[in-house]
Design a protein around this ligand. Sequence first.
Ligand SMILES: NC(=O)c1ccc[n+]([C@@H]2O[C@H](COP(=O)([O-])OP(=O)(O)OC[C@H]3O[C@@H](n4cnc5c(N)ncnc54)[C@H](OP(=O)(O)O)[C@@H]3O)[C@@H](O)[C@H]2O)c1
Length: 345
Amino acid sequence: MNRYWTLSGKPIGAWPEADTFELREGPIPSPGPGQALTRTIYISLDPYQWAYKRRGIDTPSAPCHARTIAQVIESRMEGFAPGDLVFNTNGWAEYGLMGEGVARPSYMIPRKLDPAQGRISQAVGVLGMLGLTAYAGMILMARPKAGETVVVSAASGGVGQIAGQLARLRGARVVGIAGREAKCRFVTEELGFDACVSHLSPTFAEDLRAACPTGIDVYFENVGGAVFEAVLPLFNPGARMTICGLIAHYGDEGGADARAALMAKGQAVFAARGVSVKDLFVGDFVEGHHDTFLRDVAPLVASGQVKYREDIRQGVETVPACFAEMLRGDNFGKMLVQVGPDPTL
Ligand SMILES: NC(=O)c1ccc[n+]([C@@H]2O[C@H](COP(=O)([O-])OP(=O)(O)OC[C@H]3O[C@@H](n4cnc5c(N)ncnc54)[C@H](OP(=O)(O)O)[C@@H]3O)[C@@H](O)[C@H]2O)c1
């Protein structure tokens, strides 16, 4: 049997609750022509998945969407054979189909993985969409220069840890913003950021100012809200800001447009100091930049010049609880749930 999580159909509140999801059991699907059946190994839990649920992209009958690492069990899909390890989108499920007619976001293209390139779980993280997000938003868009001050919010998370390390390798002085003390220590001591301040501190805005004595040249925005408000007065003339995500607002009521609110709040400073603000959508970079990104970043990960922390939980039963923990910052590193054996370990 295939166990999978769907939306329960109960009204969806600001943040996930115990009755938002339902664990179901159904037969393992059979692959049709052009399809392959795969067994899920790792489920990636990402902030954007909450938007899928709140905006009705996930529906109550189907498994909730997620990017996954899986192994092919049976194949009628050209180029894929039983035993192959793949990136695909099985969702919050133990088994899933990929290939012809299987719905997925257009830029999440199933691909075979080469375990020699890095741990297979990293293909949904530093060697996959999160790494590409950090690379695109930092290196291709913000273009940090040696000696500049770069600030990264959600700095210990999946995207933030990579974005900050890439800027540091370009010679920038990098300041992280994270929550708990242990996360801040990890950001400086393990990842090598020059400083890290906690947004949980009552003196957060002053701490950030003290950590950026010459102002901020680049801001990689993952959060919004009070974190953005503390960053705003510190922008230098000609600073660049990449809006990667606004996780503090993913529970806002009534589809409030967090980006528009942020732009309105920042408008006067942006105009007076010539701050350029760019929006990032990783899907725009998959086709043109994925291969270059992997060529550049995979060796840095393999050599340990870019470190990457994962928070891997166990068992399909735990998925909704882990998802809620990730949204409120109780993950420490990129959140994944392992739901089946990893043959590479
Ligand atoms: N633009 C794109 O194409 C794209 C692609 C991928 C991801 N993203 C975005 O990138 C951001 C990071 O995603 P991720 O997958 O790497 O997640 P993550 O950073 O691993 O996990 C989320 C982290 O956000 C922080 N956080 C949550 N609520 C917060 C709040 N109210 N104030 C301050 N910090 C808060 C928490 O860290 P602390 O405990 O340190 O606060 C939490 O651990 C998200 O905004 C996501 O939507 C965008």
